[in-house]
Design a protein around this ligand. Structure first.
Ligand code: NAI
Length: 270
C-alpha cells in the first residue's frame, strides 16, 4: 500500500545490482510513494546486472558512477540536477565490497591493498558523495541521506572480516558529516543497520546460511527482509522524520537488543 509519502521528491539511488538488491527494492518503493529517481551503479555492475529492467519499470535514467572516482560522482550530481531541473531531496548509499571477504582471506591475514580498495568503496565513498553534493549544493534543505550498514560495526562477527571496520567508519562519517551538513543546509544523514539479507553482497560472506538462520532465531520479530528495509528507508526520506539525523538506526527485528532467545537456548540444550 502506498501513502504518497514522497510525492514531488527527487532522489539518487546507488547500488541496485539485481532484483535482490536492497537498493532495487528501495527504488521500487520510493517510486510507488511518488518519487522521481535517478539510478546509478559502477560501470562494470551496469554491464553485469539487470538495472535496465528496473530503470524501465520506474522510468528512471541510469547514470554510471564508480564511487571511488570523484569526477564520476561530480558528473552524477550535475547530470541528475539537469535531469530533475533542480536539486535532489534524497540519496541512498547502498554499496559494499571487500576483496578480502570475496577471496576468503581471514581478518588477521588481510591483504592491505584489498583492505584499501574495500574501504574506499564501502566507507570513504559516503564522504566523497556528501562532500561532492555539498560542494555543488546539490541537496535541498531538509534533504535526507541514508547509508546501509550492519551490526558488525559494534559487535564481532568473525567472518564479516574487514567489512566490520568499513561499516564502523561508514557510521562515523554519517555522524560527523551529519553535523556539518545539518548546520549548513539542514540536510540529515543516517545509517540503517539491516538484518542479514540474501543479496549478492550478503551471500558473499562465509557461512552466510548459518549466519542468517542464527539471526532469525535471535530476533523476536525474525529477520527484516529487503522489502521491509525499503519501507523503513522511505520513511527516512519522507517529511515524517525531519528531525532524525546522525543516527545509526537498527532495522533488525530486535536482534541488536536481544541477549538470547528461548529458541537459541533450546538449541544449546540439545
Ligand atoms: P548488492 O550486492 O545487491 O549491492 C551492493 C552494490 O554495491 C552493488 O550494486 C554493487 O555494484 C555496488 N558497488 C560495488 N562497488 C562499487 C563501486 N566501486 N561503485 C559503485 N557501486 C559499487 O547487495 P546488498 O546486500 O543490497 O548491499 C547493499 C548495502 O546493504 C551494502 O552497504 C551492504 O553492506 C548493506 N547491508 C547488507 C546486508 C545483507 O545481509 N545483504 C545486511 C546489512 C547491510
Amino acid at each position: 500500500m502506498a501513502y504518497n509519502l514522497l510525492k514531488g521528491k527527487k532522489g539518487i539511488i546507488f547500488g541496485a545490482l539485481d532484483e535482490n538488491s536492497i537498493a532495487w527494492k528501495t527504488a521500487q518503493h520510493c517510486f510507488a510513494e511518488g518519487a522521481e529517481i535517478v539510478l546509478t551503479n559502477a560501470p562494470i555492475a551496469l554491464r553485469m546486472g539487470t538495472i535496465n529492467k528496473l530503470a524501465e519499470e520506474i522510468n528512471a535514467p541510469v547514470i554510471p558512477a564508480d564511487v571511488t572516482v570523484a569526477a564520476d560522482i561530480e558528473n552524477l550530481f550535475t547530470q541528475s540536477m539537469e535531469h530533475f531541473g533542480g536539486k535532489v531531496d534524497f540519496v541512498l548509499h547502498s554499496i559494499g565490497m571487500s576483496i578480502n571477504v570475496r577471496k576468503g582471506i581471514p581478518y588477521f591475514d588481510n591483504n592491505y591493498d584489498f583492505t584499501h580498495k574495500g574501504f574506499d568503496i564501502s566507507a570513504l565513498s559516503l564522504h566523497r558523495v556528501l562532500a561532492t553534493a555539498m560542494k555543488l549544493d546539490a541537496i535541498n534543505e531538509w534533504g535526507s541521506v541514508v547509508a546501509l550498514t550492519y551490526i558488525a560495526a559494534q559487535r564481532v562477527f568473525p567472518d564479516y572480516n574487514d567489512m566490520a571496520d568499513n561499516k564502523a567508519v561508514l557510521e562515523s562519517i554519517a555522524r560527523n558529516f551529519g553535523y556539518f551538513y545539518g548546520t549548513k543546509k539542514k540536510v540529515r544523514i543516517n545509517t540503517v543497520s539491516q538484518s542479514p539479507t540474501r543479496t549478492t553482497a550478503g551471500s558473499g560472506v562465509k557461512g552466510f546460511d548459518g549466519f542468517i538462520n542464527y539471526a532469525e532465531k535471535m530476533s523476536p520479530l525474525g529477520n527484516a527482509n529487503a522489502d521491509q528495509c525499503a519501507d523503513y528507508v522511505v520513511t527516512l526520506f519522507s517529511d515524517l522524520t525531519k528531525m532524525v539525523t546522525m543516527q545509526n538506526l537498527f532495522h533488525d527485528g530486535g536482534f541488536s537488543y536481544t541477549g538470547v532467545t528461548a529458541e537459541v537456548i533450546a538449541q544449546m540444550e540439545k
